[in-house]
Design a protein around this ligand. Sequence first.
Ligand code: NAD
Ligand code: IPM
Ligand code: MN
Length: 360
Amino acid sequence: MSKKVLVLPGDGIGPEIMTEAERVLRFVDSKFGLNLTIDQGLVGGAAIDAEGTALPQRTFDLAKASDAILLGAVGGPKWDNLPPADRPEKGGLLKIRSELDLFGNLRPAILYPQLADASSLKPEVVSGLDILIVRELTGGIYFGQPRGIRALENGEREGFNTYVYKESEIKRIGRQAFEAARKRGGRLCSVDKANVLEVTMLWREVMIELGKEYPDVELSHMYVDNAAMQLVRAPKQFDVIVTGNMFGDILSDAAAMLTGSIGMLPSASLDINGRGMYEPCHGSAPDIAGQGKANPLATILSVAMMLRYSLAEGGAADVIEKAVEVVLDQGYRTGDIFSEGCQLVSTSEMGDAVLAALQA
Ligand code: NAD
Ligand code: IPM
Ligand code: MN
């Protein structure tokens, strides 16, 4: 039976990187006879402009009916002054994550040896880096109620959000992280702020309880401020990190830089059955949108994750990842990962290079 993939390019550099990722997807589809049905939908600012809402019903229906979703990025200055719930981020991206229950966000940070010079850290600190950040994606302070901005009696305004996690939410992300650690290096570091925040005191307790079911996984705990420091001091000490929504958002951008650029970091957002949405960790990069400068590799690597996790096509995923290594070996670099002696290429030229490597 044909499997359905929904492609949601989004805003800013989203359509540019997605054009290249879709070419790669269509190529492996025909090369491996995957028999995919690939649909396109509107999300984010592009959907607001065309239909007045960041997540149109048609997009949502297609998303629900698809086996996997590939998303570019959403947001941009044009929509920044809309009411929070209508904006591309909350009304589009967070809504689709939440409605589809995509609670488990896997963000692998791998340093390709060819990019050791592009990392802002010394080559010996990052060489061989291979860590996985497991970020809870549908709870925590991003979704907690009450939230808002209110007027106080003295006339000043107060902004407020609520940081909450239910035990069941902590358990399911914990299980996903323990399972991932079991398949990798067998070490899991749970990152929290349990010295101050009750919600993360519970987080730590639940992780310790769960750990009893995974005696083969070595569990440790770290406060988030220290974790941020350790990530840039000695990132290779980590195997798998599990953390809440906001800490995971911040730590994964920091981890991205260890790999040379945020333009290299793919992600998978999974529900309890492994159905998922795949997207680069970066945003819509308004500063370089429309200039052919964006690095499409994070999105191309997200295609590989999609094939592996949601479409049971690990072989095709391996081939894409190998092709990315080949183009890096050949010296092709977009501006964000450029170093001396390499060949500076545009977004589409990088896509061409990956396709050429796939065809070779
Ligand atoms: P950003 O990730 O878009 O950009 C941060 C910096 O990284 C910029 O200098 C950008 O040029 C660079 N960059 C990002 N991706 C790149 C790529 N593929 N190739 C080369 N350089 C790249 O973060 P921001 O500037 O904080 O946010 C811009 C907009 O994107 C905001 O509206 C934000 O809400 C949105 N955003 C969306 C997502 C998403 O859709 N998943 C993620 C993060 C931010
Ligand atoms: C990400 C982004 C999103 C997040 C924003 C755009 C809502 O930063 O995917 O990392 O914070 O989850
Ligand atoms: Mn982010």
